[in-house]
Write a protein that binds this ligand. Structure first.
Ligand code: FAD
Length: 413
């Protein structure tokens, strides 16, 4: 990878150095090292996987939800082999989900092995057409790119309607899970924390708040749903994807993908932990009753549930998720009118290209082509394969590499 100031023209610019941008860089490195060498990766953090690492550390998450075959490397078996080779700790969970620390160590190792340099610490500010290229103006300069891959995970926060009247009021702070850093909250004793949401992040926040001595309410609009993974594994193969692929209407595809993800769910080990905390009297679970209204009274919150019961709290934490939205990437505004979208989701072709400009998408933005697991680590590898094939003609799918089959098996078609 190179620097924007040294080389204002590049065959490929990747926006975002998260797991998805990394997966593409690694696939390209194997398939076409010459292109990978001249590609430019932009990420304001200036390092790989910053948001990923931060979201795990902020919420105190020490194990992944997905099994160890899912990670940015082209070889599905590489993480498992790495953990064994280095004698790293295992989670002992049913699907041998990797420990967060092992996952990060593995990623650092594959970044080093591929010789990837740090991303350029700049943010894309404006992306416009320049003949058959794109001109990308960044926080530090500008560059011309033959192709752009959006791997920056643009999204907006999901804010429940009952929260909206509170937003302009003076009162205690409302935090979205994306802003909460449990590391900076060493002691919450005497605090009443209300956590809203039924997903795994809500569970981690509840465990973290209890550990810090808070009196915690976990409020979810439906009963806690136990599911090992956030998306049924049938969506990672033909079982569900065949019908999805056969659906032509992007609106119907979005409806299928949204239904498949449903609301928040938690693996059994988290639900069991929450019930233990409830049995110890440290947590009150109010699941299955939606919140109707909310008010601030004397410096605390009062939430009224649909069954007319009330909950008071000093801190209100919203673990209500985020929604992908291409429009949140303001830099793309000049080319947005040329891109078809449904509720903020772009409509990509098989190469994950959107519209007439040489722009591809990865992550949740690829949902209408890859299905509901597009934003997960599984989706990172799928999108990396598709885009690598579009750029180089190299097909990683032609000879599927099973676990332990060795790195970098692919063919050219
Ligand atoms: C708490 C949590 C746990 C998760 N655990 C799992 C799991 O165990 N397994 C799984 O499969 N999935 C998991 N996911 C889902 C998903 O894999 C992660 O959200 C993952 O971080 C998504 O990767 P990404 O590369 O799309 O986006 P991100 O990790 O968000 O990376 C995007 C990058 O783009 C950069 N960026 C933003 N704007 C710009 C710009 N304008 N220009 C340049 N760069 C920009 C950001 O700085 C960031 O580094 C989890 C999600 C969360 C929230």
């Amino acid at each position: 990878m190179t620097s924007s100031t040294e080389s204002p023209s590049t065959p490929l610019c990747i926006l975002g150095a998260g797991p998805h941008g990394l997966a593409l860089a690694l696939h390209l490195h194997q398939a076409a090292p010459d292109i990978a060498e001249r590609a430019i990766v932009l990420d304001p953090s200036g390092s790989w996987l910053t948001v990923w690492r931060e979201q795990f550390e902020r919420l105190g998450i020490d194990v992944l939800r997905s099994p160890s075959v899912h990670h940015p490397s082209p070889d599905p078996g590489a993480l498992f082999a790495f953990v064994q080779e280095h004698g790293l700790g295992r989670s002992g969970l049913t699907y041998d989900q990797p420990m967060s620390s092992a996952f990060m160590r593995f990623c650092t190792s594959i970044i080093d092995d591929a010789g990837l340099t740090d991303p350029i610490p700049e943010r894309a500010m404006r992306i416009g057409s320049a003949g058959d290229h794109l001109r990308i103006e960044t926080s530090g300069g500008s560059l011309l790119a033959e192709r752009l891959v959006v791997a920056s995970n643009p999204h907006r926060r999901q804010i429940p309607s009952w929260v909206v009247p509170l937003l302009g009021c003076a009162g205690p702070t409302i935090n979205h899970a994306a802003d909460i850093d449990l590391r900076s909250l060493s002691d919450l004793s005497g605090q009443r924390v209300v956590i809203v949401g039924g997903g795994l992040s809500a569970g981690h926040l509840a465990v973290g708040a209890c550990a810090r001595g808070a009196a915690v309410h976990l409020v979810a609009r439906r009963p806690l749903m136990v599911r090992s993974f956030d998306t049924d594994p049938g969506w990672l193969g033909p079982k569900h994807l065949r019908a999805f692929d056969a659906t032509e209407s992007p609106t119907q595809r979005l409806a299928q993908a949204s239904a498949a993800r449903g609301g928040g769910t938690m693996p059994d080990w988290m639900v069991n932990r929450l019930h233990e905390l409830a049995a110890e009297g440290r947590l009150c679970i109010r699941a299955g009753v939606p919140i109707a209204t909310a008010d601030t009274i004397n410096g605390h919150y009062e939430l009224t549930l649909a069954d007319n019961t009330t909950i008071t709290g000093d801190l209100l934490w919203l673990a209500t998720g985020t929604i992908p939205d291409l429009r949140s990437l303001r830099a793309l505004s000049p080319v947005l009118p040329d891109i078809a979208t449904v509720d903020g989701y772009p409509v990509p072709d098989r190469d994950l290209r959107i519209g007439r400009h040489p722009v591809h998408v990865m992550g949740r933005l690829a949902t209408l082509e890859l299905g509901p697991a597009a934003g997960n680590l599984w989706g990172a590898r799928m999108a990396a394969r598709r885009i690598t094939h579009a750029i180089t003609g190299v097909d990683f799918e032609a000879i599927p590499a099973g676990p332990g089959s060795g790195r970098g098996r692919f063919s050219r078609r």
